[in-house]
Write a protein that binds this ligand. Structure first.
Ligand code: UD1
Length: 331
């Protein structure tokens, strides 16, 4: 299938491009490098040994995107592009709503116009808000705590309404838990441009002595060691989930899947595992809780397992090793 990948130079997008190319799909990548680097495109080609078309453009620019649809015989899209920093979204809500919503509207309009109404959308476990109990299944009530999360939930609603209006659409909504780690080659991984907000990129920068120490946001949660618990999933397992999701774009339905491992690990589990497998120190201090954080969050991944055949195979050790390997290879 010829798949348009929006945000294909980004962290999850780039790993998914490799997975698609290695499994016989053609891809057309669009990205404006707002939070990624041009060299990632060459690295995807190098790792996969395959070539593909790339267009540097802003998805909100409908004319520019339409040129891509005119040139390429797009059959489906995987939509990764979007702003994703929670704190920034609180400070700049209009920028988040403008970019994340408008780009999705433009994309859907063109998918409909060029009669390729097949879409996989990158959503997030953030749409479950503060869950009442665990593990989280897809039918849990939805709510959000910040504008970034609200853009994900609003886009889910837009896609639901779109499907009601025209049931010939095939839509898969993937709700990611916490992707970490990097491709085994060490050529691509997560490299935020500024001081990281998320845990693993922060640990990596402390281990690499770019930052003095990790602040652990709270050790008084009702969890096994008091620190926050999350469902960390290897980004390559997550990428594989997208490949499997393409198989569901054939029954004119809208599907929702959690992509997680089903395991909850604490902040201290992650830090200690990282130190052990990489034989490196990660100094930390306990700080206050971060506003908006929840104690624990992990998936019930059984629906994705049953309907997609999705099983996250890589362990926490693999995630920590690969994240550090990416840094070592790029020093
Ligand atoms: C965050 C976002 C979520 C988004 C996801 C992926 C919030 C509230 N949620 O999830 O909407 O989909 O990233 O981008 O930001 N931690 C520390 N020290 C740090 C960083 C994190 O102790 O320097 C802790 C957190 O308190 C949490 C865990 O590590 O318990 C994971 O945090 P993080 O990696 O930021 O992910 P989430 O908050 O789960």
């Amino acid at each position: 299938m010829k798949i348009l990948v929006t945000g294909g130079a980004g962290y999850i997008g780039s790993h998914t491009c490799i997975e698609l190319l290695e499994n016989g799909h053609d891809i057309v990548v669009v990205d404006n490098f707002s939070n990624s680097k041009p060299e990632v495109i060459d690295k995807i080609k190098e790792i996969s040994g395959k070539d593909f078309s790339f267009y540097e453009l802003d998805l909100c620019d409908k004319d520019a995107l339409e040129e891509v649809f005119k040139k390429e015989q797009i059959e489906a899209a995987i939509h990764f592009a979007g702003y994703k920093a929670v704190g920034e979204s609180v400070k700049k809500p209009l920028m988040y709503y403008q970019n994340n919503l408008l780009s999705t509207l433009v994309l859907c309009e063109l998918l409909a116009k060029y009669d390729c109404k097949k879409l996989v959308f990158s959503s997030s476990a953030t749409v479950y808000g503060s869950p009442d109990h665990l593990p989280i299944t897809e039918d849990f009530p939805l709510s959000t705590t910040n504008p970034y999360g609200t853009t994900k939930l609003m886009i889910e609603q837009i896609l639901k309404d779109l499907h009601i209006s025209d049931p010939t659409w095939d839509i898969v909504i993937l709700r990611y838990f916490n992707p970490i780690g990097a491709h085994e080659s060490g050529f691509i991984g997560e490299s935020p441009n500024n001081i990281p907000n998320n845990l693993m990129p922060y640990i990596v920068k402390v281990a690499n002595k770019e930052l003095p120490e990790l602040g652990i946001f709270g050790d008084d949660y009702e969890t096994k060691d008091g620190t926050g618990v999350r469902d960390y999933i290897h980004v390559c397992d997550l990428a594989h989930g997208h490949l499997l999701a393409l198989n569901k774009l054939n029954d004119h339905a809208i599907h929702y899947y959690n992509l997680g491992t089903g395991n909850g690990y604490s902040v201290l589990d992650l830090v200690e595992t990282f130190k052990r497998v990489n034989n490196i120190d990660v100094p930390y201090t306990i700080k206050d809780r971060r506003p908006g954080d929840i104690a624990a969050c992990y998936a019930d991944p059984s629906k994705a397992q049953k309907e997609l055949g999705f099983v996250a195979e890589r362990t926490l050790d693999d995630m920590c090793k690969s994240a550090w390997n990416f840094i070592l290879k790029n020093k």
